[in-house]
Design a protein around this ligand. Structure first.
Ligand SMILES: C[C@H](O)[C@H](O)[C@H]1CNC2=NC(N)=NC(=O)C2=N1
Length: 93
């Protein structure tokens, strides 16, 4: 089990464009085309499976919201911030 991050650690490790919302970290990605958002969600799902760490993914008409928390630990851990970094890397690839 990973350790819960302290507030200052979360702030330090949170990638740009991501926000903290209680026990979750969140980012909304905007898309011009619905199916591009769907494809992005698929890519996030593949990363989640590779990391065995699964976000909440909400697909809307022109945006996709990603929410991450560590359910077993009951808050935000390195697994969440590392997953956010991986998503950012893939998004910007
Ligand atoms: C049994 C438990 O669901 C698994 O160990 C994994 C699966 N994916 C997970 N994803 C997230 N976000 N948090 C978890 O605690 C978690 N646990």
């Amino acid at each position: 089990m990973a350790d819960l991050l302290a507030d200052d650690e979360i702030e330090a490790q949170l990638p740009d464009e991501w926000d903290r919302d209680g026990d979750e970290i969140v980012r909304v990605y905007e898309f011009d085309d619905y199916l591009r958002g769907v494809n992005f969600a698929q890519m996030v799902g593949e990363i989640a499976e590779s990391q065995f760490h699964h976000p909440e993914i909400t697909i809307r008409y022109s945006e996709v919201e990603i929410r991450l928390t560590s359910h077993e630990e009951g808050g935000i851990t390195d697994a969440d911030t590392e997953m956010a970094e991986l998503i950012e890397s893939e998004r910007n690839a």
